[in-house]
Write a protein that binds this ligand. Structure first.
Ligand SMILES: [Zn+2]
Length: 258
């Protein structure tokens, strides 16, 4: 898995997760801070074990596993990324809906947690099942594959964030649009910049099955996780969920943002 690209890294000395954008900013200042405080301190954001290298001058800046570095046995980065067809089959099979919903819940639990807490959340399932288990993989043995996850606070990349099912998650501003009888929409905006992210289409039938606790009036800050293929149409990102289990909204702020 030497070619897997990471958009975040774990800083061991600070016990902190850092995005590639943030590090690029620090690196670009050329004031010595990068060399003094950051260089060489990059580790896998999931297992925290494998050392990563930083590639700030690549077309899409990223982190990469160092050739000699090893991920922990159960880290999802040890497994091949699932192909589009494998992901579509996995999501379509109703036997997997509970497992997908659990993966989304885990993503939400990872938000707002310090890396050490994240680690305990990620390994908890393994202990409970008494078998090797990772929330971000599916399949067994040779066929075990990892599912890509994308934080909604990061920009979407043309070459690898579209047209393939993956988990999108993050803290956002969300607003339901219920004006259309047959199709409902959730519009998401960046919780810091208010920049428009995407619209999620929810058919009337699926909307019916969505828990009432996830429905709210006016724009609100919340945590969200969903699995879908993002499509770019003109300048806008659109996606749809196919089952009510493919979406979770939680920590909905009680104050609306108008
Ligand atoms: Zn790892």
């Amino acid at each position: 898995m030497g070619n897997t690209k990471f958009e975040e890294c774990y800083l061991r000395s600070r016990d902190e997760i850092l995005s590639v954008e943030k590090l690029q900013e620090i690196h670009g200042k050329h004031d010595g801070e990068y060399d003094d405080k950051y260089y060489g301190d990059f580790y896998c954001p999931e297992c925290f074990a494998a050392q990563l290298s930083f590639h700030p001058n690549a077309q899409t800046p990223h982190f990469k596993t160092k050739p000699s570095a090893k991920h922990e046995e159960d880290c999802s980065y040890n497994f091949k990324s699932a192909k589009k067809k494998e992901l579509e089959d996995y999501c379509y099979n109703s036997d997997n809906h509970d497992s997908i919903n659990r993966k989304l819940k885990t993503c939400l639990e990872l938000l707002n947690k310090s890396p050490k807490k994240q680690k305990s959340i990620q390994t908890r399932g393994e202990a409970a099942n008494n078998s090797k288990y990772n929330y971000f993989t599916f399949g067994e043995g040779e066929a075990r594959r990892s599912i890509r996850r994308k934080k909604l606070s990061m920009p979407l990349h043309e070459d690898h964030d579209y047209n393939i099912p993956m988990i999108f998650y993050g803290i956002v501003f969300a607003e339901w649009d219920l004006r259309n009888d047959n199709m409902k929409y959730i519009r998401l905006r960046n919780a810091k910049t208010d920049k428009y992210i995407c619209a999620i289409t929810v058919s009337k039938n699926i909307y019916f099955y969505i828990d009432d606790s996830m429905k709210f009036d006016n724009k609100r800050k919340c945590d969200i996780a969903f699995i879908t293929s993002m499509v770019r149409k003109e300048k806008f990102n659109n996606c749809a969920i196919s089952y009510s289990t493919e979406l979770i909204i939680s920590n909905i702020s009680t104050q609306s943002i108008l």
